[in-house]
Ligand binder design. Structure first.
Ligand SMILES: Nc1ncnc2c1ncn2[C@@H]1O[C@H](COP(=O)(O)OP(=O)(O)O)[C@@H](O)[C@H]1O
Ligand SMILES: Cc1ncc(COP(=O)(O)OP(=O)(O)O)c(N)n1
Length: 264
């Protein structure tokens, strides 16, 4: 599994989360870094994008050497980086692509320039096996208000498919506290809800990164999309539960990626 994403020095999101997730799921993880961030559990205070050509070179180096079965795309930082990633991947079809259209961190900090969304819509959406926006990202991609109910998430997921994505998983983490938390997948077979228990914790830093890299890892292991999403959500719920009471950092802490190892 190749992660094309930004670096989070606090270790809970970005490539750090993606590599922990792949490892925990028994998949070899590689990483092409799109940007360095200055970030901790309290927020993001700096972004240093990698030159677009150098991002492309990293991806080509991995794809021309390792047998990559699935790619996760996360933070793209600038339109130039997004366009370079699209160009490289268009020229090398094959791996499944999980596109997490990262715009804003849970802390409220913007992670990409506004122009990135247009490149995602125009160039990356059609390359994706599945796109995994949260509610605000769904609103941005569709140019309307974010969904506020599971029924609206279902309509939005189907609308994203009409924009060119083979499948869309609209994540419900921003719907607020309830007994269950539901993500909605629209694919060629229709619409399906993935519901799991809501885990009451402030330690949700990197949940979107963890989910998308878990889906990519499960696809790399040979699962089809629906079973891959189900397995990824179960893994994430376990990691949220195991990390719920940890005190790593003073803000929104990371999930416990290695929870399965510890429960052995
Ligand atoms: N408190 C929670 N309990 C259980 N699952 C959660 C919780 N918060 C988020 N999730 C799950 O984490 C994943 C990411 O959700 P979301 O917060 O919507 O995305 P992002 O992290 O990209 O903003 C989704 O599968 C969502 O259902
Ligand atoms: C480097 C980097 N990439 C992505 C994110 C956003 O992570 P995500 O899992 O979508 O959400 P939160 O961490 O904000 O809950 C990030 N923070 N850093």
């Amino acid at each position: 599994m190749l992660s094309i994403a930004g670096s989070d020095p606090s270790g809970g999101a970005g490539i750090q989360a993606d590599l922990k997730t792949a490892t925990a799921l028994g998949v070899y993880g590689a990483a092409a870094i799109t940007s360095l961030t200055v970030q901790n559990t309290r927020g993001v205070t700096g972004i240093h994008p990698v030159p677009a050509g150098f991002v492309a070179d990293q991806i080509v180096a991995v794809l021309t050497d390792l047998e990559v079965a699935a790619i996760k795309i996360g933070m793209l930082a600038t339109a130039e980086i997004a366009a370079a990633v699209a160009e490289v991947l268009r020229a090398r079809p094959g791996p499944a692509i999980v596109l997490d259209p990262v715009v804003i961190a849970t802390s409220g900090d913007r992670l990409v320039t506004p122009e990135v969304t247009a490149v995602i819509k125009d160039e990356l959406l059609t390359l994706a096996t599945v796109i995994t926006p949260n509610l605000p990202e769904t609103g941005t991609l569709l140019d309307h208000e974010p969904p506020t109910t599971v029924a609206e998430m279902s309509l939005a997921a189907q609308e994203l498919r009409t924009q060119g994505s083979a499948a869309a998983l609209v994540k419900g983490g921003h719907l607020g506290r309830s007994e269950t938390i539901t993500d909605v997948l629209a694919d060629a077979d229709g619409v399906i809800n993935f519901s799991g228990p809501y885990v009451p914790t402030a330690n949700t830093h990197g949940t979107g990164c963890t989910l998308s890299s878990a889906i990519a890892s499960e696809l790399a292991s040979g699962r089809r999309l629906r079973p891959a999403v189900e397995a990824a959500k179960n893994y994430l719920t376990g990691a949220l539960r195991a990390g719920a009471d940890r005190r790593i950092g003073s803000g929104s802490g990371p999930v416990d990626h290695l929870w399965r190892e510890q429960s052995r």
